[in-house]
Write a protein that binds this ligand. Structure first.
Ligand SMILES: Nc1ncnc2c1ncn2[C@@H]1O[C@H](COP(=O)(O)OP(=O)(O)OP(=O)(O)O)[C@@H](O)[C@H]1O
Ligand SMILES: [Mg+2]
Length: 267
């Protein structure tokens, strides 16, 4: 299973990714969780020990690695560099693992202008492609808003993209925008998950205003999410109601994917 999680800022993407990571670690054994946020925080939501997280450097900030793999000069824009850097060893070498979950932080790419191709972005794209196309473990991609790091070549390898939405008009408007970006690169299986749901009306709002996407389930609003953050605990451990919601969402993904495969077989 290869899942991408996206949505508007602050809706609960990282929280859901961390919960799904523990779900799949218990079920499948090995999970690779990719933090694509320029300021990484998936490790904290996973409750990884601070010392372990400190030992991890986001890939885009490993300037010597970027320079070596792309044959570029560190920290420069322009000039010549390789467009197909070697990345195969990165998921095993430049990651940390805790309780069956391997964490990879992509880090921030300083864009030299819109549409700029720089060594860092080439390396990250190649790395994400490699992971989606060649690795066998469950992969979860906690995406910064939108579909950055994914392209036409890799969209096919993503089994499903989950858009997390709060029961607000703005959050749902962002999901609709991401839906059209996702369609542009050929992502096919898109789903919605409601987040910070407090009342049946909240859940109803999400279903009623979905931009044509099936709703997989809902994450209740939980004070434990913030307690976990303050105490440095895994949300999965601190918020059992959210862990249960994530199990149900993972089951719903499976059912939805099976339905898709059956339809494809019969069509
Ligand atoms: N179900 C929930 N109930 C209550 N608070 C929540 C819930 N889910 C997330 N939060 C809180 O909302 C904030 C944002 O959550 P999270 O970091 O998961 O969102 P995000 O979409 O990844 O944000 P960003 O766009 O900044 O990466 C955090 O303070 C988190 O504790
Ligand atoms: Mg996040």
């Amino acid at each position: 299973m290869k899942l991408a999680i996206t949505g508007k800022g602050g809706v609960g993407k990282t929280t859901l990714t961390s919960l799904l990571a523990y779900h799949y670690a218990a079920q499948a054994g090995a999970v690779l969780a990719i933090d694509a946020d320029p300021s990484p925080c998936l490790g904290a939501a996973l409750g990884f020990p601070p010392g372990l997280l400190q030992s991890l450097t986001p890939i885009a900030e490993m300037h010597e690695l970027v320079a070596e793999r792309t044959d570029s000069k560190p920290g420069t824009f322009g000039g010549y560099f390789k467009l197909n850097p070697r990345v195969e060893d990165i998921p095993d070498r430049y990651t940390v693992t805790h309780r069956g979950i391997t964490l990879l932080e992509l880090g921030a790419v300083e864009h030299g202008g819109s549409g700029c191709i720089c060594p860092e972005s080439v390396l990250l794209k190649q790395l994400v492609s490699h992971i989606l196309l060649r690795r066998n473990e469950v992969v979860l991609l906690d995406m910064y808003a939108g579909v950055e790091h994914l392209g036409r070549a890799t969209a096919e390898a993503v089994d499903a993209m989950i858009m997390v939405v709060e029961p607000t008009a703005r959050s749902i408007a962002t999901a609709a925008q991401i839906k059209s970006l996702a369609a542009d690169i050929g992502l096919k299986h898109l789903f919605l998950v409601g987040s910070k749901i407090q009342t049946p009306e909240d859940a109803q709002y999400v279903s009623a205003h979905s931009p044509g996407l099936p709703v997989l389930g809902h994450m209740p609003h939980s004070p434990h999410a913030q307690t976990a953050d303050r105490l440095g605990q895994a949300v999965y451990d601190a918020a059992p109601e959210l862990a249960r919601a994530a199990h149900a969402i993972a089951d719903a993904v499976e059912v939805a994917m099976k339905a898709v495969i059956q339809t494809a077989d019969h069509g």
